[in-house]
Design a protein around this ligand. Sequence first.
Ligand code: ADP
Ligand code: MG
Length: 324
Amino acid sequence: MTQPTSSEFELIARYFARPAANAVLGVGDDCALVDVTNGMDLAVSTDTLVSGTHFFPDVEPETLGHKALAVNLSDMAAMGAMPYWVLLALTLPGVDHAWLAAFAKGFFDLATEFNVSLIGGDTTRGPLAITVTIMGEVPAGAALRRSGAKAGNDIWVSGTIGDAALAVAHRHGRLVLSEADYEEAVMRLYEPAPRVKLGQALRGMATSAIDISDGLLADLAHICRLSGVGATVELERIPVSTIGAKHVATPAGRAAIVAGGDDYELCFTAPANSRESIAELTDMLGVKLTRIGQVKRGKGTSLIGADGKPVKVDAGGFDHFRDA
Ligand code: ADP
Ligand code: MG
């Protein structure tokens, strides 16, 4: 077993023990204690970031602190849940105080913004990896599941799709962004804005939802599989940024947009009679919402062009074990 450093407890006290406003008991004991509201389901999720897989090793620690929490907040968003509590399991190659201070800043700045409390965790030595577990509440029975899409529903996405994956594609040499475009796109990769308010507003309106982490088509395929339906997405309707607009016509750009991930926007389905209420959410929340296609009977997701013909994309969603 890997033993943490002798300064483990100092390190926790210095960087991670903060008052937990919304918990009965926070960091320091064998367990944290939380008071779960009557009539609510407890929503729980965990996500790990591994160096070299989920982030470039040269990423700023403050960015990493933000992202580790953001991807978990995004899972709460996709479920329509209200996040309250987080646990942080950190595996560190060593104790680097500047790194820890910056990581904690990125983490707590976002935690404060979303009113979530760090109530516990684990600190070990080893190759850099960060696991965050998040817990929140959703009114019993009201969570947005992946399994509720119905044939005839509209398919929607929030924000714009593709910038994060365009930045990754640029880093991997699959396409070239201008320096200014890369700087802008990489911020979408590093500091995604979890759509927590949107997720909660969609309760009772959306029939299913997922956050886009592995790629638009791959994540939509999860909804389809679990809902027992198919889907058609119109390429021209997919909302892209001004950066995305410059690359959507190229094979690598298009692949990044429809199949790249990491935007952490929401993809959701809703009946056509919700169109007006969904449009109102755009103004209420200041988040662009775009209808990109339709849920169909049957199986599989297809991407079509303006002429209604299938568009080929040479990439699937991200799968850690594809070649395993
Ligand atoms: P145990 O040995 O019971 O697992 P630990 O020594 O791992 O306890 O942790 C001591 C306390 O510090 C616990 O309350 C734990 O939840 C908390 N903790 C450990 N690491 C972290 C961390 N990285 N962030 C927040 N809390 C942490
Ligand atoms: Mg422990």
